[in-house]
Ligand binder design. Structure first.
Ligand SMILES: Cc1cc2nc3c(=O)[nH]c(=O)nc-3n(C[C@H](O)[C@H](O)[C@H](O)COP(=O)(O)OP(=O)(O)OC[C@H]3O[C@@H](n4cnc5c(N)ncnc54)[C@H](O)[C@@H]3O)c2cc1C
Length: 379
């Protein structure tokens, strides 16, 4: 049963309908095979781009969909319910556009945003390094100023869409300390830029996660986004929005696990009745439903604050924490509902559980979300 959503406009309702149609046609039929073969769904991204679903939260004047964040996130949720890896890639693409949109000059935005939001390009966000994930300020990749720009040398890690993206929103060191990081928009064909082979991951296998090596890679000065040294505050500002994307993806994945578990529990019989009619199991499903609804409510609350121009950083961390912990619990319980069959690849619930795990880790681990929330409480 489709989720009965509360949407702000008739246009948003149409958009959700369109998303469901496209997702049922271009995502659902391919997810199992592509995930198993670790095959990149380029055609799916093309279809989503052609329908305008890769640029929803950005203004129309730059080629975006002009949608409120609360609508964009519900679209992401619908995508995640069919194919979590694709939804994560769409969320990261949106994250990668944020620095240029929020911190670029008018000229930079006019020059690059329309093509980045045009539907045929995919972006990546490159902050993490092999030794620096949670502690992003420890990053070492260096951009040395030259007469007409910068030369970049160093290693980046864990890049979603790595090797597939058309551009990389890169954070590299132009000085020392936490005020010595800058943000650059790097085209994929930059000389001296190469990518490692995709990590062998537990889940989300259809979309590659790679390292990148910068070997004295030249980048023109006009591709510096914001001020030199402003990089970390740009990175963290983008992550506030990105975390909401991950919260929505986690909610969509949890919703799907719940739907599959309910459908199975209505059919499967034990001790002469459907297992859903055993109160012990019905209560498991009830807790799963409560967790999904709570996850959705927390991300929508944060998104509505963002749409209203209110501070939402703390709420974004709460949403990421609540929704991804809910996804982990709900997908694990879905495996339980399926019994022994849940532990096999004959049903997708084992994949949902593998996919949920990483959501507690990327875009700030859930320990880091607690740190952000606790710091807020400490003033
Ligand atoms: C599939 C995948 C995709 C990713 N995509 C991207 C991407 O597109 N772009 C990008 O830049 N990065 C990406 N990442 C990187 C991701 O954001 C990092 O893995 C994450 O931030 C954690 O960093 P780390 O792996 O270095 O772990 P560490 O920082 O080494 O942490 C290890 C453990 O210590 C805990 N810990 C660390 N510091 C503290 C503290 N102060 N208090 C309490 N606990 C702490 C952590 O919570 C964690 O449990 C991706 C990662 C994965 C797995």
């Amino acid at each position: 049963m489709p989720v009965d959503r509360m949407l702000p406009t008739p246009e948003a309702r149409d958009l959700i309908e369109l998303t469901r149609e496209i997702a049922d046609k271009v995502l659902e039929p391919h997810v199992v095979e592509y995930e198993r073969r670790e095959r990149y769904p380029a055609e799916a991204f093309r279809a989503l781009g052609a329908a305008g679903l890769l640029s929803l939260p950005y203004p129309e004047e730059f080629g975006g969909g002009g949608q409120p964040y609360e609508v964009y996130l519900q679209v992401l949720e619908e995508l995640a319910a069919r194919w979590a890896a694709v939804a994560v890639a769409v969320s990261v693409h949106s994250l990668s556009c944020h620095p240029l949109f929020a911190f670029g000059s008018d000229e930079q935005r006019r020059r690059w945003l329309p093509e980045m939001l045009g539907g045929s390009m995919i972006g990546a966000y490159s902050l993490s390094e092999p030794h620096a994930g949670s502690d992003a300020a420890a990053l070492r990749c260096r951009a040395v100023a030259t007469a007409d720009g910068y030369r970049i040398t160093g290693s980046k890690a864990w890049i979603t869409n790595g090797g597939k993206a058309d551009y990389y929103t890169l954070f590299a060191r132009t000085g020392e300390g936490s005020r010595g990081v800058s943000c650059f928009l790097v085209p994929a064909d930059t000389a001296g830029l190469s990518f490692g082979k995709p990590e062998a991951k537990m889940g989300l296998r259809a979309v590659p996660t790679t390292t990148a090596a910068y070997d004295d890679a030249p980048i023109s000065a006009e591709r510096l986004i914001g001020e030199p040294g402003q990089g970390l505050s740009i990175a963290f500002s983008a992550l506030d929005s990105g975390r909401l994307g991950i919260a929505a993806v986690a909610t969509g994945l949890a919703q799907r696990a719940l739907d599959d578990a309910v459908a199975y529990a209505r059919e499967r019989e034990a001790f002469g009745k459907h297992i859903i009619d055993h109160q012990g199991l019905g209560f498991v499903l009830a807790d799963m439903a409560a967790a999904v609804d709570s996850a959705r409510a927390t991300y929508l609350d944060a998104a509505r604050r963002r749409d209203a121009g209110l501070p939402y950083s703390r709420q974004a961390s709460v949403a990421k924490l609540v929704a991804t912990d809910a996804a982990m619990k709900v997908t694990t319980d879905a495996v339980q509902v399926f019994g022994g069959y849940g532990y096999t690849q004959d049903f997708p619930v084992e994949r949902y559980m593998r996919e949920a795990k990483v959501m507690q880790i990327f875009e700030g681990t859930n320990q880091i979300q607690r740190l952000v929330i606790a710091r807020g409480l400490a003033g």
